[in-house]
Design a binder for this molecule. Structure first.
Ligand SMILES: Nc1ncnc2c1ncn2[C@@H]1O[C@H](COP(=O)(O)OP(=O)(O)O)[C@@H](O)[C@H]1O
Ligand SMILES: [Mg+2]
Length: 376
């Protein structure tokens, strides 16, 4: 905790140490020569037409199942990614060894952001949000489920993906990962269509099973292993407005798959055990992914969770977070509440478990903030 100290306002966070993931990704680059270079990636991204994969394949069977389509899909702007790619290239050309947290922010959150005509680009492209933090116990799973259900309450079609071998998200919808026959393991390792492992609960959920723990090793020799989830999602991309991906507490291949498939990342941070060092490491990984695999992905926001507003320490922790990460910190706050521990035992979200509770409203507020960022 000594690392947590007040910093001068607007002082950038320095990238101090090499992350092992850099070496790992470099090795992946060498091992998979056909992967396009960073500058080519946007071309590949724009190649697939919005509803193409669904029309071709098994995705058609999903059409009968989902909730009714919304009149207007959320605006996932392809242009955002392109402009961010340019910004990063310029930075590399100038050669600074540091980057600012602001460089990773979704352009829609920048002050004075130019309004872009996003509606037509959004057709058939769900917003894919990865919930990531390599620390465990920071409310990744709780946030994935409850934000997803808050989107669903507002009429959006939502798919959750449980990419954590512990299967907590799967369990928190009342499904036993030990009894699951087909899971994300089959999708990632055996190329099973993702529609075959989706179970309908409060939201649709692509389930985890215990053998997902072996997926990283089983995928390690696979060509295009970092893009496996991204490819699997194309089959159902026209069926959903939001895809919310829960990730394990590590920055391994499963999390890399989530960040490669995503266009947004939400980083839950438990304010009592706040670690800036861990966040910088996550930013390094994300930057590597932006440069090598997915120029579109941006941090949508850092979310203070399990906040105990009665303590001075918690207030200070949030202030430090805001001083260091500015715009990146959500305005929404998720306060501590026992209901968050109780709801998963009943196999439900807090929004269903106690719909009128303030705990449920924390995530409704967060959903509003995400949706407002989207339309700005
Ligand atoms: N706002 C909160 N208040 C109290 N407990 C919480 C809150 N959010 C999450 N929890 C509890 O904290 C534990 C860890 O949360 P979880 O979402 O599983 O974290 P992670 O997925 O990051 O490991 C769980 O038991 C969960 O019920
Ligand atoms: Mg979890």
């Amino acid at each position: 905790m000594g690392f947590l100290s007040r910093k001068t306002k607007n002082r950038p966070v320095t990238v101090e140490e090499a992350h092992p993931i850099f070496e790992e990704l470099e090795r992946m680059e060498e091992a998979v020569p056909e992967r396009p270079a960073a500058s080519e990636t946007p071309v590949e991204e724009s190649e697939h037409p919005p509803a193409g994969p669904l029309a071709e394949g098994e995705g058609a069977q999903r059409a009968e199942s989902s909730s009714p389509p919304r009149a207007s899909a959320p605006a996932a702007t392809e242009t955002d990614g392109a402009s961010a790619g340019v910004a990063l290239e310029e930075e590399v050309a100038d050669g600074p060894a540091r980057f600012m947290p602001r460089d990773l922010i979704a352009p829609s959150r920048h002050e004075g952001a130019v309004e872009e005509p996003a509606a037509e680009a959004a057709v058939g492209h769900p917003d894919v949000i990865a919930f990531a933090n390599q620390k465990g116990g920071v409310a990744k799973t709780t946030t994935t489920l409850n934000l997803a259900v808050a989107f669903a309450e507002s009429g959006y079609r939502v798919l959750c993906i449980d990419l954590d071998p512990q299967g907590n998200l799967t369990m928190s919808q009342g499904i036993d990962p030990d009894k699951v026959e087909k899971s994300l393991y089959d999708v990632l390792v055996n190329d099973m269509p993702i529609s075959e492992i989706i179970v309908r609960r409060e939201i649709d959920i692509a389930v985890a099973s215990i053998d997902l723990a072996g997926a990283e090793i089983a995928m390690s020799t696979k060509i295009g292993r970092e893009r496996t989830l991204q490819k699997a999602l194309k089959q159902v991309s026209a069926d959903y407005d939001f895809v919310c991906i829960d990730t394990p507490p590590s920055l391994g291949l499963l999390t890399i798959n989530a960040l490669t498939a995503a266009n947004k990342v939400i980083v839950p941070v438990q304010c009592e055990y706040l670690s800036m060092r861990g966040l910088v490491q996550l930013q390094n990984t994300l930057k590597m992914i932006q440069e090598n695999l997915n120029p579109e992905v941006k941090i949508e926001g850092i979310l203070p969770t399990m906040l105990d507003t009665r303590t001075v320490h918690a207030k200070e922790a949030v202030e430090i977070l805001e001083e260091n990460f500015g715009d990146l910190v959500f305005k929404s706050r998720i306060r501590k509440a026992i209901k968050f521990a109780e709801a998963p035992v009943k196999g439900s979200s807090v929004l269903k478990y106690d719909s009128g509770s303030s705990a449920a409203n924390y995530y409704r507020e967060l959903a509003k903030e995400v949706l407002a960022n989207e339309s700005s």
